[in-house]
Design a protein around this ligand. Sequence first.
Ligand code: HBI
Ligand code: FE
Length: 283
Amino acid sequence: MSSHITVRDDDYVIDQNWSAYTADDHAIWDFLYRRQVGILKDRADPAMLRGLETLNLNRGGIPNFEQINIELRARTGFEVVAVPGLVPDEVFFNHLANRRFPAGQFIRTRQQLDYLQEPDIFHDVFGHVPLLTDPVFANYMEAYGKGGLRAMKFGRLKNLAALYWYTVEFGLIETPQGVRIYGAGISSSKDESIFAIEDASPNRIRFDLERVMRTNYRIDDFQQTYFVIRSYDDLFRATVDTDFAPLYASLADGETHPADAILPSDSIVTAGTQAYAKAKSSA
Ligand code: HBI
Ligand code: FE
């Protein structure tokens, strides 16, 4: 772990202080990387797996942001900046709007290998950063940041957070080989990578912007519903072609859907048994 942390209170960016990572920190990254890339082989969107290679995240050891930013900037103008952990919403949105991705500087301990609440460098850099090499996904992330700043003005932050949750964190995408993972909350999780693709329990429903923005979610367990996009271009278009003012006016009625709901208007890819949730609730 790095010893000195200089926190600039304006944008929460700190030095990654790469030389301060210990041999065990690097070994934890290598263990998580090798395990996860094996699990994701036929479960993740190939664009995400290609991003890992493009940025040379497989070189061994915790990536050095200075090095990966050279390639990342060249491809989409994005850069990764180190932050101590979760930052305030407005700071987060402002970074994305300026094509900066705030990544946790710390790495989880060996006791947290399978799950941790706060996004660490493995969740952020292995999960989120590879797709920032995709020009369309990068456009979506910048548009999302700008949308976030606007949503705060309309008081619609909860709806916008649901959009981030069900796309950037837990999104699935249609590919010729079948449904694949692109959300970082799934791709950085050993068990949810298998659950989201193979388990009969969760619903898999075609992405619809307002439907997603009205759908509740839980942060401490597998998702009961995943939303499936056809392409990053579809996702980007849904964001930029929408006039958010009337949408926010409609969302102001405050109506939301439970995380396990299936609506008559839904275009269903697979209707879930919710067996996982029932088993947990009876436990
Ligand atoms: N901060 N570092 C960091 N990473 C996030 O993913 C993040 C955040 N702050 C706020 C936030 N996400 C959420 O509120 C967004 O989902 C809207
Ligand atoms: Fe995340």
